[in-house]
Design a protein around this ligand. Structure first.
Ligand SMILES: *Cc1c(COP(=O)(O)O)cnc(C)c1O
Length: 729
């Protein structure tokens, strides 16, 4: 088994570089550059002004470039050859990495990974939030450890949505169209070298689905796209919008993802050894594979069993209300023909009534098709995304007969989320290799040696990251307020906001109501005293989107925006528009405290706090999701306890009071306590604990070790950790 799957793709003709720098084009078409700072810096050097706007290489290479100047610049050429050499070596060589070393010889094919969204980089807006970012980090970590994997998703040409907030605090939605020739996306090529298109038979017509390729280091991700002119104009938008609101359109998307995804892999000659459904949106892939087996002569029951044996499923929501369900009649009408069969080839063999029966929810309602129940019943392994979530998920899905839902806690991809200044310290003092996290040797476990980083240097690196956030946020706020028609004087005042000397709290996430995003405003007068303290002030930066259909979530945004403009809070509390991976990166790297206060146990895992922790940012969070297992007592703070109060309002009040207590009696005093050296020594020790306890434990590397050993390899029929009898004497 090769350490990676190779998919041929059409070379982009519109990107031209001198032959001496041909490697730049290879590099631009591989998202490797997103987690390798030297590669980013190289592209930035080609045109630094343009880089400041576009933050991605292809627009740099296709724009105005002084190629003769660069070719004559020995300094640039040396650096270019070094970066391209590193990249080429990374791509060639995976055989010495953990997964490949241990298991690849036994694995007969790659892991196929299906997800409705991928958060790979801010320039590729085909994600909405946590699920997508997790999938993106999964791809990057699989690449780093040379785990043979191929991702499958949809190419949303209009993405999720771009958020602006108007002067009254209303969330506004925009759907810009992806400009494909400015993105590192190519057409995958079929076996004859033709741009690959597969067919999905929907009622009364054949939908043509174009297959695109995004290369993430060693890992290819296939993106399916119905916006092909041969399709009817009413079918072209099927894949346009992520989490599209209409149920019937959503069902169309999920049929394209599940069925089209299997067909794309087949057309490329890829035979996965195991199939991973990351959340239930792609569950029709199970029906499609059963259909293939029936068409090849198996009986239906045997086919379903075969499909289940090498499929695994990750569940992401704690409550059944959060899971995807469709009206059974809608499924009959839209999916019936392809499952039951009509006179077209590649249809038939899996009766839709049987599919509906397998997908009956825990309430037994025959009028609903539940994608989660369907996925749980047709896979051989399943996991929840934190220890606590596994408890909740097993309770919720008790009615679905199946073995335990395992706990595999989420992680984040360390090189993608660690700020430059902190990363430099890891490399300088700890010999850290961020491309190859390794907990198996003492030398590899560099996070255990954090004490070697001098306190003053860690604090200086942290302040640098705070300054980077301040500069970024001031620019964003100036644009926002200028659009609102604020006066030049008000805009001018923004030049001094977010002083890095002030204790800064970050709060960024989806504004779903259970996240209680406005909880810190429960007692506004008490918060105003904290924020306005002369000696020891506090400032807060919020960011987050609410789903376009989520009115209650949007009114929370309006509430926070209104308060941020009130006399008590203006200049100290802000809400940034259009939360995305880029804003997320600045925030998790550049605040002091990461606040999270969901209603326990509704947060399955959460990952933004993990990103913050590896930058030395300290978590202040309810004991929900990952923090329930991540909190050690000395690496951050826990809001509230583990015993729930009977009534929701009482719980909300109690948690808010505990948040104020912690801020007043612990967080603020510790932050402003300075020794003779002007350093907050106790705070810095807590930063180090925050990093040391999370760098491995909440990394995608640790997570992928568990996925591989507990789910992928068993699904591929490979025994893991089998005791080998060694004859002695
Ligand atoms: C990490 C991330 C998330 C998920 O974080 P949570 O802690 O689950 O809220 C969502 N959106 C973006 C842009 C992220 O980077």
């Amino acid at each position: 088994m090769q350490p990676s799957v190779r998919i041929p793709s059409a070379p982009p003709s519109h990107v031209r570089v001198p032959p001496e720098l041909e490697g730049l084009r290879r590099l631009a078409y591989n998202l490797y550059w997103t987690w390798h700072p030297k590669a980013k810096a190289l592209f930035a050097r080609i045109n630094s002004a343009a880089w400041g706007h576009v933050h991605s290489p292809i627009p740099i290479l296709t724009g105005m470039v002084d190629w003769p100047g660069l070719l004559d610049n020995p300094d640039f050429m040396t650096e270019a050859h070094r970066v391209i050499g590193d990249f080429d070596r990374y791509m060639e060589n995976g055989a010495d990495h953990w997964f490949h070393r241990e298991y690849a010889s036994e694995l007969q094919g790659p892991i196929a990974y299906f997800c409705a969204e991928y958060g790979l980089h801010e320039s590729l807006g085909i994600y909405s939030g946590g699920l997508g970012v997790l999938a993106g980090d999964h791809m990057k970590a699989a690449s780093d450890m040379a785990l043979p994997l191929v991702g499958v998703g949809l190419l949303y040409r209009s993405g999720y949505f771009r958020q602006t907030i108007d002067a009254d605090g209303h969330q506004e939605h925009r759907y810009p169209t992806l400009e494909l020739d400015r993105l590192p996306i190519t057409r995958a090529l079929g076996r004859e070298g033709e741009p690959l298109t597969v067919t999905v038979e929907l009622p009364g017509r054949d939908i043509k689905v174009d297959v695109w390729l995004v290369q993430v280091g060693r890992v290819p991700v296939l993106l399916l796209d119905t916006d092909n002119p041969v399709n009817d104009p009413s079918d072209r938008p099927i894949t346009h919008i992520l989490y599209v609101r209409g149920r019937e359109m959503r069902l169309h998307q999920e049929l394209i993802l599940g069925i089209g995804g299997v067909r794309a892999l087949r057309a490329l000659g890829i035979a996965p050894a195991a199939w991973h459904l990351n959340e239930g949106h792609s569950a029709f892939l199970l029906a499609e594979r059963a259909r293939e087996l029936v068409a090849a002569g198996q009986d239906l029951d045997a086919a379903l069993e075969t499909v289940a044996r090498n499929s695994v499923f990750t569940i992401h929501t704690p409550v059944s209300a959060g899971n995807e369900r469709f009206d059974a009649d809608l499924v009959r009408r839209v999916a019936g023909p392809i499952l039951d069969g009509d006179d077209r080839p590649n249809t038939g063999g899996v009766p839709v009534e049987r599919v509906l029966e397998i997908g009956r929810g825990t309430d037994g309602d025959p009028g609903q098709f539940d994608m989660t129940a369907f996925s749980l019943r047709l896979t051989s392994g399943a996991n929840a995304v934190s220890q606590l979530h596994a408890v909740t998920a097993n309770a919720t899905w008790r009615g679905v007969p199946k073995k335990d839902i395992l706990a595999i806690t989420n992680g984040v991809h360390t090189p993608s989320w660690t700020g430059g200044p902190i990363r430099e310290l890891f490399e300088r003092y700890l010999d850290a290799d961020l491309d190859d996290l390794d907990s198996s040797t003492e030398a590899g476990r560099w996070w255990e040696r954090l004490a070697r980083i001098p306190n003053d240097e860690l604090w200086e690196a942290h302040l640098r990251q705070k300054r980077e956030l301040a500069v970024f946020a001031r620019g964003r706020l100036r644009n926002q307020f200028a659009r609102h028609g604020e006066a030049p004087k008000v805009l001018g005042e923004l030049a001094d906001v977010l002083d890095p000397a002030v204790l800064t709290i970050g709060f960024a996430r989806r504004f779903a109501t259970y996240k209680r995003s406005a909880m810190i405003f429960t007692d506004p007068a008490r918060l105003a005293r904290l924020v306005g303290d002369d000696e020891r002030p506090l400032q807060i930066v919020f960011a987050g989107k609410a789903h376009p259909a989520d009115r209650p979530g949007q009114s929370v945004i309006q509430d926070i925006f209104g308060r941020s403009r009130s006399a008590d809070f203006r200049g100290r509390i802000f809400i940034l528009e259009d939360y995305d991976i880029r804003i997320g990166r600045f925030l998790v790297q550049g605040v002091d405290v990461w606040l999270n206060n969901p209603r326990r146990p509704l947060e399955a895992s959460g990952t933004s706090g993990m990103k913050a922790a590896r930058n030395g940012v300290i978590n202040l969070s309810v004991l929900d999701g990952w923090w329930d297992e991540g909190w050690t007592g000395d690496n951050g703070w826990a809001i509230g306890g583990r015993e729930p109060l009977s009534d929701e309002a009482a719980q909300d009040w109690a948690d808010a009071m505990d948040l104020y207590r912690l801020l007043e009696s612990e967080v603020v005093p510790e932050y402003y306590e300075r020794g003779d050296d002007e350093l907050p020594t106790r705070w810095i020790e807590r930063m180090k604990r925050s990093m040391a306890t999370t760098l491995w434990q909440f990394s995608t590397t640790r997570m992928l070790h568990e996925y591989a050993e507990e789910l992928y390899l068993p699904a591929a029929g490979i025994g893991v950790g089998d005791e080998v009898e060694v004859a002695s004497g």
